[in-house]
Design a protein around this ligand. Sequence first.
Ligand SMILES: [Zn+2]
Length: 402
Amino acid sequence: MDIKVKINNHTEPDLVIEEAQTNEPVLSTNPDQVEIDDSHDDLATQSKGCRQRSVNTSAEFGESPQQPPPAKSKARAARSSSHAGQHGAMSIRDQLDDLASRAKDGADRIIHVWRQGWRHTAHQGLPDWLKDNDFLVEGHRPQLGTFANCFRSIFRVHTETGNIWTHMLGCIAFTSMAVYFFSRPASQVRLQEKLVFSAFFFGAILCLGFSFLFHTVYCHSERIGRLFNKLDYCGIALLTMGSFVPWLYYGFYCRLVAKVVYLTLIGLLGTAAIVVSMFDEFAKPKFRPFRAGIFIMLGLSGVIPALHFVIADGFYHAVEHVSLGWLSLMAVLYITGAVIYAARFPERLFPGKFDIWLQSHQIFHVFVIVAAIVHFHGILRVANYRLTEGDCLSDDYVTEYS
Ligand SMILES: [Zn+2]
């Protein structure tokens, strides 16, 4: 007998289980394609009563040889043939029974896939919408079809494992830092500081969180992948905007007009970036330069207030009291990470050698986290300096624009 179990559904992982034994029936789990070939089944012809079929799937997935695969239930098959022969049409009760059987078969199939897992896929075998970096040759996840499968894949090793874990751990780290910061008593951190820094924590946690979610679920389906891709872009804009708020707030602490102008400017640019990234066109490959340009412009808009600090108070003051050095380091880290990501280094030089670990996207993720930590350190220094200086003189606050 030959036993073949095939699951090939667009919303489920590509899974093919085959085991050849002589004189076994051919069985397909596809509800639209159930085949039972009894032509060589001597036992079936000799005893037409109850027949037992066991499908051995252990060869590839290590499951119990006695575990039945999800398939059209025998009861349903028997009922269908009986009714087709005797009455020609099914009664309402039979139809309900049939519906219940189909639901059970569907659930069995999901459980089956859940237990069996999925196979790694080569880049060439991926659907077009999952193809991103052709220098990563092997070890990709196929389309997984359900959120459960996607989240279970966090604990398996594949091309996205490093991307998922870097920003998941980064998100947990920044959430922990935020909880610690906001739980400080007012004698240590005032409400004003908590509100201003909340913009930074909000941006960092959402950016890392959206990125972690995107890398986890983007193989769910094309629609879900596209949605979370947009959230990933939104996260970058939110982190950039949130990072600017404490820096501009404390940097221009006594310069009301400049503070309002620059905060409004970054707010408008960031909002524009979010709106643009909501369009489906934005994620298409042909808009890659435009996409990169939007986020680089957003980040580099910080050059304008930085120059303002230098011109107004001198280079030394800008470095010492507005953390220009730390913020420059942060910018260098972001840009270096982005260049490595865009150049797809090192996998470009050694295709197939960095499929799982140390690929460019993972390095970019690590640079983003380090840059955000450097930025946090920088804005803490600016806030500390400003708060130890005491209140602004009222004349400065109103009239000093420079
Ligand atoms: Zn990423």
